[in-house]
Design a protein around this ligand. Sequence first.
Ligand code: PRP
Ligand code: ZN
Length: 286
Amino acid sequence: MNNTKLKLAIQKGGRLSEKSLDLLQRCGIKVSNGGKLRAEAANFPLEVLYLRDDDIPQYVAEGVADIGIAGENVVLEKGFDLPVAERLGFAKCRLSLAVKREENYTDLSWFKGKKIATSYPVVLQAFLSEKGIDAEIEQISGSVEIAPSIGLAEAVCDIVSTGSTLLANGLKEVETILRSEAVLIADPNLPEGKQALLDKLLFRMRAVENAGRNKYILLNAPNDAIGKITSILPGMKSPTVLPLATEGWSSLHSVVSEDDFWEVIDRLKSAGAEGILVCPIEKMVL
Ligand code: PRP
Ligand code: ZN
């Protein structure tokens, strides 16, 4: 009998929560999200705790949860020194300094002696110290963007994703302090059974992640162009080559990374490829 369960903390509502549940789903794990604070997965030994994102590092550090999905910015701010088991590639944002739009901003020295409102005092202080800037930090827990307009501070240090919050509040981004994305953090001392479950989960997450970064590509080519086309296709091994019913022609199948996708397509066309089809990949196990 083995009823070991992995406890995963995710954000209750906000920028990360939907994508976190979506990732679990793509890993084949079904969890209900019926507004409860905890839920059991139907087909994986996993219990999901829905928490405030800012508290997730603490819960993992204290062993209340075994693993958690949180913004890297929050993990760094809380300073629990938790290992990142996997970078998840979603909820990308930056922690930036912003000032009023009409301000005549030149460089970092502008911040000397100024008051900066933020929910990230630790990361901000480390940045200011490193740059040798002496400024005052006003720590607030939310609605940071309104601080300059109500006279609480002259600048803010906050998370920027699309930039619309800054825009709507008459602020402009002037310096980026760090770039962040969702990460999976884990208790570094998990018992063996839980570590095995985490490894299983990570295996699935990586398969999903690899799939997302790659496309399956099919094309037709005259047989005398196969050599040239094969050298362009960076696939996992050499491409699959299948004869077409039309004499002298073949169909080639391979995998192309999204990063160099368009460039590869252009080169394939000039090498004689026709009828190029590109399909999403659901899982990719390397
Ligand atoms: C951040 C930040 C802004 C918003 C910026 O909040 O405080 O409110 O996102 O996004 P935008 O550039 O797309 O407008 P976050 O999602 O971290 O929420 P929280 O502070 O409530 O955790
Ligand atoms: Zn938050």
